[in-house]
Design a protein around this ligand. Structure first.
Ligand code: GDP
Length: 360
């Protein structure tokens, strides 16, 4: 499932953010361990192209792509040893395709911090250390088996080398994801281990005005987490925003000097982090964005609509969004020669407007 797991220390604003994500009014209690049950929240990926297409096709409704988030229980020191909510946490997090780590950087003497002070660097270290320890356990368990399989030539020695390289990264206290480039880690050999720190990370800094208004402070935090992506939002503000009309919400954002809500940012960055892109279909009934992986071929894209479309794929009629908008109509795009017929090998581009031909 293409879900992003939300993790963080207790009391950093996970429930508050998650409420905003689901528009649910789950009680965000000012109490450690308040978040126990995993839940899924779905947000739409903002995409202004949909309205433009709908105008051309006279579509009755818009269906944007979505990004799903799983609210995972808070993590504490010792979680990798099964303390607190640790085991539950680790089981849930394995299911997620990427990890959004909520980090408290807001000041509020009324909100208790589990370690007694607001210290994003130490908070991230606490979380990442638990994930790293869990991964080290996974690797230590796997190595004897992999060694045996290399010995009987069931496996390539390169696979063992890749696992040992990852082990070295973890032993020095780094996450696999942040070390892929620097350590030239061979990710295809690590896949089967399901390492938690190999998942893409997004850091969500739950901030106050002091930080939302300071690019300097944001840059400092961004540097701390690079090469992972990060966003800055105010979880409390986000949960207020979802209660407002679209217009009121926009005004409130403008007053705060923000162009986009934190949830929209989160959806966009999450989508990007997951390596996803969208293609579009349009007609009088609906204009819709479909989620595919970057690099997917036309039949794979068709399979997202229906598996029969992939099996019976014949060809795709494709026009790029920009060409279609320039032309102003499908027939004009055709007469300009902008509508291409693509076959099985075609690799989809973001924003392709597509109609599939298939056998049933
Ligand atoms: P969780 O344990 O990580 O799920 O944290 P909660 O979402 O339950 O939040 C803990 C407390 O912090 C609650 O009282 C929230 O109202 C408060 N809180 C959450 N986000 C913010 C924020 O951005 N600013 C301030 N001042 N308080 C917040």
């Amino acid at each position: 499932a293409l879900t992003i797991g939300i993790v963080g220390l207790p009391n950093v604003g996970k429930s508050t953010l998650f409420n905003a994500l689901t528009r649910n009014q789950v009680l965000a209690a000012n109490y450690p361990f308040a978040t126990i049950e995993p839940n899924v929240g779905v947000v739409s990926l903002p995409d202004p192209r949909l309205q433009q297409l709908a105008d051309i096709f006279g579509s009755q409704r818009l269906l944007p792509a979505t990004v799903s988030f799983v609210d995972i229980a808070g993590i504490v020191k010792g979680a990798s040893e099964g303390e607190g909510l640790g085991n539950q946490f680790l089981a849930n997090i394995r299911e997620a395709e990427a990890i959004a780590q909520v980090v408290r950087v807001f000041d509020d003497p009324d909100v208790i911090h589990v370690d007694g002070k607001v210290d994003p660097r130490s908070d991230m270290e606490t979380i990442n250390t638990e994930l790293i320890l869990a991964d080290l356990q996974t690797i230590e368990k796997a190595i004897p088996r992999i060694e045996k399989e290399v010995k009987i030539k069931k496996r390539d020695a390169a696979e063992l080398a890749a696992v040992k390289a990852a082990q070295a990264v973890l032993e020095r206290g780094d996450t696999v994801f942040s070390s892929i480039k620097s350590d030239k880690l061979e990710m295809e050999h690590l896949k089967e281990l399901g390492l938690l720190t190999a998942k893409p990370f997004i850091y969500v800094f739950n901030a106050d005005e002091g930080i939302l208004g300071s690019t300097e402070k944001q840059d400092e935090l961004r540097a701390l987490v690079a090469p992972a992506d990060c966003i800055f939002l105010d979880a409390k503000l986000e949960s207020d925003l979802v209660e407002l009309s679209e217009e009121e919400a926009r005004e409130m954002l403008e007053m705060n000097g923000q162009e986009e809500s934190g949830l929209d940012q989160l959806a966009r960055v999450g989508f990007h982090t997951l390596g996803l892109q969208t293609y579009l279909t349009a007609g009088p009934k609906e204009t819709r964005a479909w989620t595919i992986h970057q690099g997917d071929t036309a039949p794979q894209a068709a399979g997202v609509i229906h598996s029969d479309f992939q099996r019976g794929f014949i060809k795709a009629e494709v026009v790029s969004f920009d060409d279609l908008i320039d032309a102003g109509s499908m027939s004009e795009a055709k007469s300009r020669g902008k509508v291409r017929i693509e076959g099985k090998e075609y690799v989809m581009a973001d924003g392709d407007v597509v109609e599939f031909r298939f056998n049933v």
